[in-house]
Design a protein around this ligand. Sequence first.
Ligand code: HEM
Ligand SMILES: *[C@@H]1O[C@H](CO)[C@@H](O)[C@H](O)[C@H]1NC(C)=O
Ligand SMILES: *[C@@H]1O[C@H](CO)[C@@H](O)[C@H](O)[C@H]1NC(C)=O
Ligand SMILES: *[C@@H]1O[C@H](CO)[C@@H](O)[C@H](O)[C@H]1NC(C)=O
Length: 329
Amino acid sequence: MASYISSSSLSTVNHVTVALALLLVVFTGSSSAKLSTGFYSKSCPKVFSTVRPVLINALSKAPRLGASLLRLHFHDCFVNGCDGSVLLDDTASTKGEKTAGPNNRSIRGFKVVDDIKTAVEKVCPGVVSCADILAIAARDSVVILGGPNWAVKVGRRDSKTASFSDANNGNLPPPTFNLTNLISSFRAKGLSTQDMVALSGGHTIGQTRCLTFRDRIYNETNIDSSFAKLRQSTCPRNTGGRKNLAPLDIQTPNHFDNKYFKNLLGQKGLLHSDQELYNGGSTDSLVKTYSNNPKTFSNDFITAMIKMGDIEPLTGSSGEIRKNCRRAN
Ligand code: HEM
Ligand SMILES: *[C@@H]1O[C@H](CO)[C@@H](O)[C@H](O)[C@H]1NC(C)=O
Ligand SMILES: *[C@@H]1O[C@H](CO)[C@@H](O)[C@H](O)[C@H]1NC(C)=O
Ligand SMILES: *[C@@H]1O[C@H](CO)[C@@H](O)[C@H](O)[C@H]1NC(C)=O
């Protein structure tokens, strides 16, 4: 009897433990578990078919916008999770993320986000978050520019605030980072070294300013000399030209492909951080793989984009669905 009681109470303890463990999984893992590809299938079945044509039209006139939108999603997710905070304008009481160091005079695409939001609000008012619009727009941009397709997970809600200091202080990796720094910066967001290298392949599209690569093209030695000269021609050493643009991918800046990795093999990475991925370190072999095997790059990029999109979303009754992506309701 005694043994029966004790084994019964043991099994009760076990049940409690299991229940607690399950609760823990539900609550800590809930953030990403709550996102799903079908989140809007009843509440806004036309969301995807509404977003896509706005972007096809915008990118046909200005393909760089695709790059800018991909980057917006990244900068949103790395600062307090994918919560649309990067889209908030400054208010009288809070300075937002737009003018933080990594973003100031550099992130763009807000007008097309507004256009998408307007189109989506017309078909289902008050349903689709701005954070989800960024995730969908990033995927669509990649697809429209010739890259891989995947089903985007949605169900994020929008933050009511943004944080200038969180966007300034260490969440977003600067282009001066070395490989070790890059790996730990992504690790801090739950992303692996493979995710980091694959996501850096986002630099197969888009542009960067002279001030971010000036040191590299004048001072670094792991750079192809004719490539350095070419970039120096529009990025003077001393003064001026800070805002002059150059493509991150010298070959096909408006096409999402694996040329970025081929460039790295030829020491034609434009940012210091780009070339760090192929500079005699632990990621050299992965860069080689991606440069030889576009399919492997596509698959790993998709995996990493989904993981990045899962970073700390607001779900359930947290946050809100903003009416205007630039301000809290
Ligand atoms: C690995 C660490 C990364 C660093 C250090 C980095 C740094 C930068 C810098 C400095 C610029 C140019 C900013 C300017 O001159 O205005 C840039 C542009 C860009 N980044 Fe990254 N980035 C990183 C990762 C990523 C990731 C994960 C993505 C997306 C998957 C991404 C997508 C882009 C795109 C598309 C552009 C061009 C944007 C445009 O043309 O408007 N980057 N990045
Ligand atoms: C953003 O950049 C502009 C132009 O360089 C500068 O005047 C402004 O002070 C910067 N903002 C912040 C918050 O650093
Ligand atoms: C990378 O940079 C950090 C400083 O940010 C430095 O401590 C570290 O030694 C560097 N690592 C390598 C391998 O150069
Ligand atoms: C290159 O290195 C020199 C010497 O360290 C430094 O004075 C200069 O500011 C660096 N950058 C450029 C663009 O020359």
